[in-house]
Design a protein around this ligand. Sequence first.
Ligand code: SAM
Length: 439
Amino acid sequence: MNERDSEQVAQMLIARGHTITAEAEGADVVLLNTCSVRDLAEQKALGKMGMLRALSRNRPVIYGFLGCMAQSRGAALLREVPHLDLIVGTQKFHRVADYVDQAIERKWAARRDDIRFSVVDVEEEQDSQSTIRDHLLGDKQVTAFVSIMQGCNMHCTFCIVPYTRGHERSRPPAEIVKEVRALVARGVKEVTLLGQIVNLYGRHEFPSFDGKSPFVQLLDALQQTDGLERIRFTSPHPIGFRNDLIESFARLPKLVEHIHLPLQSGSNRVLKAMHRTYTAEKYISLVDRIRAVTPDVAITTDIIVGFPGESEQDYAKTRELVDRVGFDNAFVFKYSKRKGTPASQMEGQLPDSVKEERNQDLLELVNRWAKRRNEIFLGKTIEILCEGASKTNSDRLVGRTRGNKIVVFEGAREHTGNLLNVRIHRCTGYTLYGEPVSR
Ligand code: SAM
């Protein structure tokens, strides 16, 4: 989601005649889009902004923090980082280009830092969810993110998102369909629909119809887009993942067989304290129902270890559930205390050593499953969408399967942007390796 927001800001700056520099060293304007989900992300952004100050030793540079940390800390950031010129929150990305131009004018005229020139805009804005809609596509780019909603009303006790991104607001379906059609006209073949609880898209704005939620109606509409090959979405919440959505995977050929389904914990006691409002049994039954309809589905997840009060028994239940489901992969996070969230005030905060131990242990289990799930593809031929040269070895190409597995292979550059079949001959837990075969 942050990547998508940054793309919107960059697109607007370029439309005004600015250019993107490859290195910070040459920049007249430095904007850091920030994440507040865990403390480490905030510390990294603060550290980086501190280091970047050196750029302005010999010339004026505009510095800005955008996004979640800007939203949650606001003007207080100026005390910590006095060289900041802009602090722009999550509902004001579309204002950044204006603020940059104003800051340039003032700073170039004054030729010095002056805190009085700093702009802080962290206001709420009606319909801001509809302002993330322009794209900056690279050469032969075939995949794109599309933000379909903003905010979250779930109020999980560990999570800062409702405080940084506000309450749920969804974009009208017609606007989303128009955006996707325009992307396809520019060569995009795969879109990923983004929302904090994407499956609950439109629940406050649009009615269900014919037993289908607004989200499923949107998927139906996108299925009709000629030239679009694949539809993904992230992240859904297990609550509200109903039969109409499960059946969509069998009904809609463009909807790929991958679901990122955040679990958070396998212990009912911890899930309750997290305010996740489902049980481990319900989660498993959901996975079973999904797999009954789509046996080849790849399921990935998010898990938090070391939530306040998580006992060894609670943690063992998470392990058990991971083994029962056999995830294709998982992001494992050490619980991070977020200011203003209910969990930050809970008793039983655990020391980092315990979180670290559980983190390592769970990662090991997750990686074992990831390898096992990838081994299923050895000797098989699968369809991939080729995204271009591999970042680690430009002699190779990289693509993704419908199940979101990364496939590295040797082949002609002309494959970029195409769907092709690849026979898999080797794998790790992260990557499949293969060679193209004719379709
Ligand atoms: N909206 C999605 C949901 O609730 O299922 C996930 C969004 S969140 C940005 C991504 C992941 O970060 C969460 O699923 C959770 O595992 C993790 N996370 C959120 N708050 C956290 C915290 N305080 N400490 C550690 N991990 C956290």
